[in-house]
Design a protein around this ligand. Structure first.
Ligand SMILES: [Fe+2]
Length: 470
């Protein structure tokens, strides 16, 4: 038995090494079968928020490489199916690249001069072959009056199998949401066509009906042999995000003024791996935070300012970004990467304290990869071993935040009310009947060393004591 196991291990070991090398260098795992082959019929149709969400929408889709025509047809939505009048046609661009399976064409265009707060219907396809998608609806952003969005942490793994329930649960909870924000690590292997196929399978027509906003995580980057990183070939072909960021960081570092809110998307992977990108991004962030008069500022980033997983700390990034967030009164920082849920502030708030000077930080996870909690000082509420989604309502003077387990139960909630001096009143709405899910599950505990387990128990005891004292 032992001999068999050893022989088998010897036999498969080179393949495991080769496979992991392929994943790290090429950014994808060689899948044996293409479960999402492209065809002449458009698929992977997705709407992106652009810099001007009241008058524009980004549209991208995929076809087989035989399709060389691409256009979008769009009209104001009408309950009548008679579309003879009012349909405008927009030519799109396409480009291809070789994936682990084949070369597909990725098409995209930004539709401009739309009316705000207007429902449109559109389809994508090829005017030559007449292979079209179905007609879908979407709504452009309102100029004022409040808006809502959904926020999903890392999807990353088992996208079809386990992430489907997160994106579908989120949409079902809030089908009238204005857009969906993904906090990076949408996939595990940056250039895996199989994984991007699963991401689209999970979201289905949600992706082509509700605009997407996303920032890049470390898993949207493929590592080269020399140790540097390349952005996923899919990113700019799949989305049409703004290009108003620093040089070299198009569609990964940008801002969008959405009604009364400035959203700033940062590229933390570029910050952490490329000193030039870090310097440019910090300089750009400074001017982008300074030069706006929006009521709210929400920062979107993958690696968190404060980690919620034990043993992690992005100190260099925190030293660069946090003073700027505090100086320019950032309200909320929505993050991922640590595969746990955590919400808190730089200075832990005492019981009864309700005035918040700096930002509220949130880390969340929507996919099935799970880590243990850091239970550090900054955390006011956490959760381990659960998939979640979040719903945010942004109004003229308040933001309401709700985190749900993917099974639909409310797990965490708070409101921020902005005062005239810019500070915020924090209203804790944590559901009383929902205990904190802090335990390390047995399957994860088994992987910890004795020393790690002891450290976790110490942290746990301290966290509980701090909560009691508060
Ligand atoms: Fe990550």
């Amino acid at each position: 038995m032992i001999e068999f196991a050893t022989t088998t291990t010897n036999r498969i070991l080179p393949w495991i090494v080769l496979l992991s090398l392929l994943v790290s260098v090429k950014g994808y795992a060689q899948d044996s079968e293409d479960f999402h082959p492209p065809s002449i019929i458009p698929d992977r149709i997705v709407l992106s928020l652009t810099q001007y969400p009241t008058s524009e929408i980004g549209v991208n889709w995929r076809t087989s490489s035989t399709v060389t025509g691409s256009s979008v047809e769009i009209a104001k939505a009408d309950a009548s199916p008679n579309l003879a009048e009012g349909v405008r046609s927009y030519p799109a661009d396409y480009s291809g690249f070789r994936t682990e399976f084949d070369t597909a064409h990725h098409h995209g265009v930004i539709i401009k001069e739309l009316n705000s707060d207007t429902q449109y219907m559109y389809r994508v396809g090829d005017t030559t072959s007449m292979a079209w998608s179905e007609w879908s609806h979407f709504r452009t952003a309102k100029r004022e009056g409040g808006f809502s969005f959904l926020y999903l942490g890392d999807a990353q793994n088992d996208l079809k199998s386990m992430w489907s329930r997160a994106i579908r649960g989120a949409y079902s909870k809030r089908p009238d949401t204005d857009f969906i924000f993904h906090a990076g690590d949408l996939v595990d292997a940056a250039n895996s066509d199989a994984e991007w196929g699963d991401w689209f399978y999970a979201g289905g027509w949600i992706h082509n009906s509700v605009p997407t906003l996303a920032c890049t995580g470390n898993h949207e980057y493929a590592r080269r042999q020399d140790g540097s990183y390349d952005l996923s070939e899919f990113w700019q072909r799949t989305f049409s995000f703004p290009t108003n960021g620093p040089k070299g960081l198009d569609e990964t570092t940008f801002y969008i003024d959405y009604q009364n809110t400035r959203f700033i998307a940062l590229n933390t992977q570029a910050f952490l791996t490329d000193p030039t990108a870090a310097e440019r991004q910090t300089r750009w962030l400074k001017s982008t935070l300074k030069n706006h008069e929006q009521k709210w500022t929400i920062v979107l980033m993958h690696h968190p300012i404060y980690s919620s997983k034990s043993g992690r700390d992005n100190l260099q990034m925190r030293e660069a970004f946090l003073p700027l967030f505090e100086k320019h009164n950032v309200d909320l920082v929505l993050q991922g990467h640590d595969h746990t849920y955590a919400r808190g502030t730089s200075e832990p708030m005492a019981q009864g304290q309700n005035v918040l000077d700096g930002p509220m930080f949130v880390v969340s996870v929507s996919g099935p990869k799970m880590y243990d909690l850091s239970l550090e000082e900054w955390m006011a509420r956490g959760a381990a071993d659960v998939q979640l989604y979040q719903e945010l309502d942004v109004g003229p003077t308040s933001i309401a935040f709700k985190a749900y387990l993917v099974t639909g139960e409310l797990y965490d909630a708070f409101e921020l009310h902005k005062m005239n001096d810019g500070r915020k009143i924090f209203v804790d709405q944590t559901p009383e009947d929902q205990p904190e899910l802090l335990e390390v599950p047995v399957r994860m505990r088994d992987k910890l060393t004795g020393e790690d387990w002891k450290r976790y128990k110490d942290r746990f005891a301290k966290y509980k004591q701090r909560k009691k004292n508060n």
